[in-house]
Design a protein around this ligand. Structure first.
Ligand code: FES
Length: 198
């Protein structure tokens, strides 16, 4: 396999080895495709005991990159790992997926409902249904990072994003050439293992 080329011009990027995800924390942060774009892996087997995760790709039919991803399936030994952008598609706040909260009405990630709640204006994304919006002003689902898993090595790769910049006509070369970037916010990656129980 070519390790530098992902789908539709995205890089193929090694996020982590499965052995690096051995803490009890269900999320693991990384940047993709550019260094100021926080994303996170979520292992549903740790979040809410889901295995063999599979759900409809909310952006199927909207972008060419999704041609082979009508459904998104979890990767890893339990087929339970997916990945999302950590930038809210409303106005660009960073989503605190590392904050495990007891209720979906709290900003953070609620393990029992898989709802990720944005602290800025209350957008709520249902992660175990592909990041669809279940509350608040977000106008579209939370973008997902498309993954590939190498069973022989245990490496997890990012190979693309299911909602590429929301316009394939706009080329993007620098970190700030991002239609969802909002200069009022700055992003920083939490150190892994990142979970904080709130
Ligand atoms: Fe997330 Fe407004 S930026 S709800």
């Amino acid at each position: 396999a070519n390790n530098s080329q992902g789908l539709e011009g995205f890089p193929k990027y090694r996020i982590a080895n499965i052995n690096q995800l051995n803490s009890s924390c269900p999320v693991y942060f990384f940047s993709y495709p550019l260094t100021d774009e926080p994303c996170f892996l979520v292992d549903f087997s740790k979040l809410n005991n889901m295995k063999d995760v599979e759900f409809k790709n909310p952006y199927y039919n909207q972008f060419r990159i999704n041609a082979q991803f009508k459904n998104v399936v979890g990767v890893g030994p339990k087929r339970s790992i997916c990945a999302f952008s950590a930038v809210c598609v409303h106005l660009g706040c960073q989503l605190p997926a590392q904050a495990l909260v007891p209720s979906s009405s709290d900003p953070g990630l609620n393990p029992s409902t898989s709802v990720l709640h944005c602290p800025c204006h209350g957008s709520m994304y249902q992660l175990d249904q592909g990041g669809v919006v279940v509350g608040g002003p977000a106008p579209r689902p939370l973008p997902m990072v498309l993954l590939e898993y190498d069973e022989s090595s245990g490496d997890i790769y990012a190979i693309g994003n299911n909602a590429p910049y929301f316009s394939e006509a706009v080329p993007r070369r620098r970190p700030k050439d991002n239609l969802i970037y909002d200069p009022r916010y700055s992003y920083s990656l939490p150190t892994n293992p990142a979970c904080v129980r709130v």
